[in-house]
Write a protein that binds this ligand. Structure first.
Ligand SMILES: Cc1cc2nc3c(=O)[nH]c(=O)nc-3n(C[C@H](O)[C@H](O)[C@H](O)COP(=O)(O)OP(=O)(O)OC[C@H]3O[C@@H](n4cnc5c(N)ncnc54)[C@H](O)[C@@H]3O)c2cc1C
Length: 389
């Protein structure tokens, strides 16, 4: 068993680490100032400029297949890159990406949706959640009714990431209420100018989602992505595309946070000695260090399963559940170690405290991950002892 990185993995990882240090970390104070003014951390133009800078060194379309101009990196490599990006809260992501399910588009749809999304000309969003159906996604009510050669979509979606900025939405609607999620849900590609409206939702973090309203939005048959009735499988494929990537990002955040805690513990003195000499502080740092290492290997193990072509869903659920819980415990301890300063907006800890909270909710809550893990174990879908048997 070899836990080391190859030379190539190390080089790619180090390039991103340097990019984060040189290009992103210097923007942190401005990102915090903008947040206090209620503005986004990076404007769309600033994000594009940073993405193009990364592209000059070949960092473009990290997981996009090479035939589409991407890097086609492995899951393990992508997890390593996400961890590096997680070292800063500057809201950066590499350009050249497109939602995995857009690759199911037919040739004409690829020209109109997939390729412009990869090039950055168009922005997508993914909309399944509704006010009455989140975890229970099979219960969606948004409907699409056939009218001649067209479909008429009615309903409301909520918490849609990128829904305010998107040019088009991949929206999931019931086309056969009898069948529901078992062959009666269809995915439609719907341009904003076809008639849907969005409203921002104010949240405690940077990634402000939107609610979307479809009021008799008429779309032609050619807007169906994949096959009529097969939308639920596409939705699950989108959600399952990289559950390991969410906790991967938290690895970097925890590394940075624990470093801050160590520095503060070594320099802050109370009662005539650095707080690092107190067992209460040492134990918080020890527990955080142990949990960070456990998280790292859970994430890389899940990514390795993806690269090995194994059914990685169980491992991904474990990494997502553990990452969400432990990253929140770690940021809480780091805030505690900083005392009153940890609670201020002068330091970024409180921002991470708010941002990391989302990890326990989106793309499957803690409870839903536990439900999946328990079902797999109770029904014998996976063996105790994991991939080694
Ligand atoms: C910032 C943000 C971005 C998002 N982005 C998107 C997006 O881009 N596209 C999209 O479609 N959705 C998106 N979502 C929606 C997200 O996936 C849902 O919020 C999430 O799945 C939970 O659904 P819910 O909010 O309806 O909670 P509910 O499903 O109502 O759950 C409420 C509580 O009950 C628990 N619970 C539910 N069922 C069970 C059960 N069977 N057993 C035990 N406990 C249970 C949940 O874990 C939770 O604690 C986003 C959400 C947020 C906050």
């Amino acid at each position: 068993m070899d836990f080391s990185l190859s030379t190539e993995e190390r080089e790619v990882r180090d390039w991103v680490r340097t990019f984060v240090q040189r290009e992103l970390m210097p923007l942190e104070q401005e990102v915090l100032r903008r947040e206090r003014r209620g503005e986004p951390g990076l404007t769309s133009d600033e994000l594009t400029a940073l993405q193009l800078k990364a592209k000059e060194s070949g960092f473009w379309g990290v997981q996009t297949p090479e035939e589409y101009g991407g890097m086609g990196l492995s899951a393990v490599m992508t997890a390593l890159l996400e961890a590096e990006l997680g070292r800063t809260f500057v809201p950066f992501r590499f350009g050249g990406a497109a939602d995995n399910i857009l690759f199911h588009a037919n040739d004409e749809q690829k020209e109109r949706y997939l390729l412009p999304t990869i090039s950055g000309e168009r922005k997508s969003c993914f909309a399944i959640t509704e006010p009455g159906a989140g975890s229970d996604a099979k219960n969606i009510r948004t409907s699409a009714r056939k009218d001649g050669a067209d479909w008429i979509i009615n309903g409301e979606k909520t918490f849609i990431t990128g829904g305010n900025e998107a040019d088009f939405v991949m929206v999931f609607a019931v086309t056969d209420p009898e069948k529901g999620a078992n062959g009666g849900v269809t995915c439609f590609l719907v341009d904003r100018d076809m008639g849907w409206k969005s409203e921002p939702i104010d949240t405690m973090g940077e990634w402000g989602p939107a609610s979307l309203v479809f009021d008799n939005v008429r779309v032609p048959e050619s807007q169906i992505l994949g096959e009529e009735g097969q939308g639920f499988a596409l939705a699950m494929q989108w959600i399952g595309r990289g559950r390991y990537l969410l906790p991967a990002r938290a690895i970097g955040s925890c590394e940075r946070l624990i470093s801050m805690a160590i520095e503060h513990a070594n320099t802050r003195e109370t009662f005539g000695a650095p707080i690092a000499t107190r067992q209460a502080i040492q134990w918080m740092i020890a527990d955080s260090g142990v949990e960070l290492e456990a998280l790292r290997w859970l994430v890389l193990h899940a990514a390795w399963q993806v690269d090995s072509g194994m059914d990685s869903r169980h491992a991904q659920s474990i990494a997502k559940l553990y990452g969400g819980i432990k990253a929140n415990e770690i940021v809480d301890r780091v805030l505690q170690i900083h005392g009153g300063m940890g609670y201020t907006r002068e330091l970024p800890i409180e921002r991470w405290y708010r941002e990391l909270r989302l990890l326990r909710i989106y793309e499957g809550t803690d409870e839903i991950q536990r439900r999946t893990i328990a079902r797999n174990l109770l029904k014998g879908h996976v063996k105790i002892g994991g991939a080694l048997g």
